[in-house]
Design a protein around this ligand. Structure first.
Ligand code: NAP
Length: 310
């Protein structure tokens, strides 16, 4: 593998693939480091109905695979692994991927965001044993069982609706009685006879760590303070995401929640380093906006290299 590059793309979600497609078509032979979750969030979702061009919708994994094939066709290269550290103090920048060091004139950070957890010790102990953040990956294991989904946004609604394929009943638990979810998704979930809503309620503990399986949840109603146990076989989290930008602490500007700060859409404070997609977008966080900013970052890379005569 060529270790001196014009452009390295960090991440292989829709922003990374789009950046790869555009830089590949500009003949820059981008190297995409796939990251912890190759394919990003789309690879863990089901039907995507709001990406233009697919009147009947398209499955997330198929959409992301198509993007990858498209970028590959124009010469993008993909490398399995994740970036462990970067040196942005001088160009060419150094990107460490385990034992490999890649030197690159420009860097596109498209590292996305990963699922947020509640942070309870019992929840962490039971990840993979009935606690999950991926309905598409793990829903099947709970066929014929009753399960719980946590959250009040579109992800939670989507997970709850998807999980009705397997579960006999889905209880959707939200900490408030107002929802961030779009009306269409909320209505679908409300109208579904297998989904029951529990609002103003939080999870205080997941049972049963000793048995290494989820048997129920200790819940608290925040308005009445009532505490009770709800038997369930699984808890799926749909409570949003955390940007994958920790390694840039002290190197690039971030907001209070760890999102990379950009100006003029995709510029970071380091010339030649651009950020796109969910790692820098806390506002829109859509596949189409992530792709759009991936395109912008790629165009800026082209301009930068041209201006530098590289
Ligand atoms: P989100 O809109 O930020 O919603 C996160 C939800 O989790 C909120 O209801 C929040 O409660 C709750 N939450 C956060 N931390 C919590 C905690 N520690 N304990 C309990 N609850 C917690 O995130 P999202 O649903 O992942 O959606 C992100 C973006 O992707 C949105 O723009 C959404 O429209 C989009 N999306 C679209 C689709 C679709 O159109 N098919 C599907 C999925 C996602 P509060 O409301 O109280 O803060």
């Amino acid at each position: 593998m060529e270790n001196f590059r014009d452009v390295v793309v960090m991440g292989s979600g829709c922003s990374g693939h789009t950046a790869a497609l555009y830089t590949a078509r500009a003949n820059l032979k981008p190297l995409v480091i796939e990251g912890h979750e190759p394919g990003g969030q789309l690879s863990m979702t089901t039907l995507v109905e709001n990406f233009p061009g697919f009147p009947e919708g398209i499955q997330g994994p198929e959409l992301i695979e198509n993007m990858r094939k498209q970028a590959t066709r124009f010469g993008a290269e993909y490398m399995l692994g994740h970036v462990t550290s970067v040196d942005l103090t001088k160009r060419p920048f150094m990107v460490h991927v385990s034992k490999h060091v890649i030197h690159t004139q420009t860097l596109i950070i498209a590292s996305g965001a990963s699922a947020r957890w509640l942070g309870l010790p019992s929840e962490q102990a039971l990840i993979g044993h009935g606690v999950s953040s991926c309905a598409t990956c793990d829903g099947f294991f709970f066929s014929g069982k009753e399960i719980v989904v946590i959250g009040g946004g579109d992800s939670a609604m989507e997970e709850a609706l998807f999980l009705t394929r397997f579960a006999t009943k889905v209880t959707l638990i939200h900490r408030r009685d107002h929802f961030r979810a779009s009306k269409i998704m909320l209505d679908r979930a409300h109208e579904h006879k297998q989904i029951e809503f529990l609002t103003d309620t939080v999870v205080e503990e997941v049972h049963d760590v000793k048995k290494k399986e989820v048997t129920g949840l200790k819940l608290r109603n925040l308005k009445t303070n009532k505490v009770w146990d709800l038997p369930t076989s699984a808890m799926f989290l749909g409570i949003g995401h955390i940007p994958n930008a920790k390694m840039f602490e002290g190197h690039l500007d971030m907001d209070q929640d760890g999102y990379l700060k950009t100006h003029d859409y995709v510029f970071t404070k380091v010339p030649g380093v651009y950020a796109c997609g969910d790692v820098q977008d806390r506002r829109y966080r859509q596949a189409i906006t992530a792709s759009g900013s991936g395109c912008m970052a790629a165009l800026e890379v082209e301009r930068f290299l041209e201006q530098k005569g590289l």
